[in-house]
Design a protein around this ligand. Structure first.
Ligand SMILES: Nc1ncnc2c1ncn2[C@@H]1O[C@H](COP(=O)(O)OP(=O)(O)O)[C@@H](O)[C@H]1O
Ligand SMILES: Nc1nc2c(ncn2[C@H]2C[C@H](O)[C@@H](COP(=O)(O)O)O2)c(=O)[nH]1
Length: 263
C-alpha cells in the first residue's frame, strides 16, 4: 500500500510539473516599501512546489561594483533613469525566468515599477519628461510584445507611517534619507493603481491584505491568501480543487529557492 501511495505521489508531481512548467500560476506581491513583501514570501516556504522570487535588490546594490540604489537615492535627478532602466531589465528577467513549479510568487513587477515608482519620479520631476517618455515606451512595448504572466496580485495594504517606522527599524543604509512624504506619495500611487484604478490598468485580480498588522498577528492575515493562491493554482493547473493543500513543513530541497531570498 505504501508503495502505491509513493508511486501516485510521484506521478502527481510529475504530472503537475509537466502541466505547469511553461505557465505557472503567477502571483505578484505588491506593496509600499517595507510593507512586508519579503516576509510574505517567506511565509510560503512551508509549501511544496512554489517558486519564490524576491526583488533583486542586491543586484541593484551591486552592478559591477556600482550601488545604483544608493546613487538613485543620493542624486535622483542624475541617477533615476539609470536605476529605472536596470530595474526594468531585472524585473523582466524575473517575469521570464522559467520555473518547474506550478506556482510562482514574485515580489513586485514591471507594473509597479512603471505605475508607482516611475510615475512618482515623473511627478516629482526627478525624471525629465523625455526620460519618462523613453521608459514609458519601453514599458508599452514589453506589455504588448512580451508575454508576462500575472494571475493574481496580492496587495499588502499598509499605512505610510507604519511602513516608515519599519524602514527606519530595518535600517537599510540607502533608505535612511527617504522622507515620510515619499512613502505617502508611493502609498497613494499603489492605492490609485490597485484600488481606485485611476491611472493604470491592473493585469490581474487583486487580493488586499491588511499588512499593518504586526508580526504577532500577520500570519493569520497571510493565511487568508493561502486558499486563494493554492486553490486557484490547482484550478489553473489541474482542474482539481484539492491537490496543493498545505503539507507538513518540507525539507529545504523540496522548494525551488531563488538566490534573491533573504533567509
Ligand atoms: N507585519 C509586520 N509587522 C512588523 N514588522 C514587520 C512586518 N512585516 C515585516 N516587518 C519588518 O519590516 C521590515 C520590512 O519587511 P520586509 O518583508 O523586508 O518588507 P518589504 O519586502 O515589503 O520591503 C523588516 O524589518 C521586517 O522584519
Ligand atoms: N525608484 C525605484 N525604487 C524602487 C523600485 N523598486 C523598488 N525600489 C526601491 C524601494 C526600496 O528602497 C528598495 C526595495 O524595495 P522594498 O519594497 O523591497 O523594500 O528598492 C523602482 O522600480 N523604482
Amino acid at each position: 500500500m505504501f508503495r502505491i501511495g509513493k508511486c501516485l505521489k510521484k506521478y502527481y508531481r510529475l504530472h503537475v510539473m509537466a502541466a505547469s512548467h511553461t505557465k505557472p500560476f503567477t502571483v505578484l506581491v505588491e506593496g509600499n516599501i517595507g510593507s512586508g513583501k519579503t516576509t510574505f514570501l517567506e511565509h510560503f516556504t512551508q509549501f511544496e512546489d512554489i517558486t519564490l522570487l524576491t526583488e533583486p535588490v542586491e543586484e541593484w546594490r551591486n552592478l559591477h561594483g556600482w550601488n545604483l540604489l544608493d546613487l538613485m537615492y543620493k542624486d535622483p535627478s542624475k541617477w533615476a533613469m539609470t536605476f529605472q532602466a536596470y530595474v526594468s531589465l531585472t524585473m523582466l528577467e524575473m517575469h521570464r525566468r522559467p520555473t518547474n513549479t506550478p506556482i510562482k510568487l514574485m515580489e513586485r513587477s514591471i507594473f509597479s515599477a512603471r505605475y508607482c515608482f516611475v510615475e512618482q519620479m515623473m511627478r516629482l520631476g526627478t525624471l525629465h519628461p523625455a526620460q519618462f517618455a523613453v521608459l514609458d515606451e519601453w514599458f508599452k512595448f514589453i506589455n504588448c510584445e512580451i508575454p508576462v504572466q500575472a494571475d493574481l496580485i496580492v496587495y499588502l495594504k499598509t499605512s505610510p507611517l507604519i511602513v516608515y517606522e519599519r524602514i527606519k527599524k530595518r535600517a537599510r543604509s540607502e533608505e535612511q534619507c527617504v522622507p515620510l512624504n515619499y512613502i505617502e506619495e508611493l502609498h497613494k500611487l499603489h492605492e490609485d493603481w490597485l484600488i481606485n484604478r485611476t491611472h493604470a490598468e491592473c493585469p490581474a485580480p487583486v487580493l488586499v491584505l491588511d499588512a499593518d498588522l504586526d508580526l504577532s498577528q500577520i500570519t493569520e492575515e497571510y493565511k487568508k491568501s493561502e486558499h486563494q493562491i493554492l486553490r486557484r493554482a490547482v484550478n489553473v493547473v489541474m482542474q482539481s480543487p484539492n491537490k496543493l493543500s498545505p503539507k507538513k513543513p518540507m525539507t529545504r530541497n523540496a522548494i525551488q529557492i531563488i538566490p534573491h531570498i533573504k533567509l
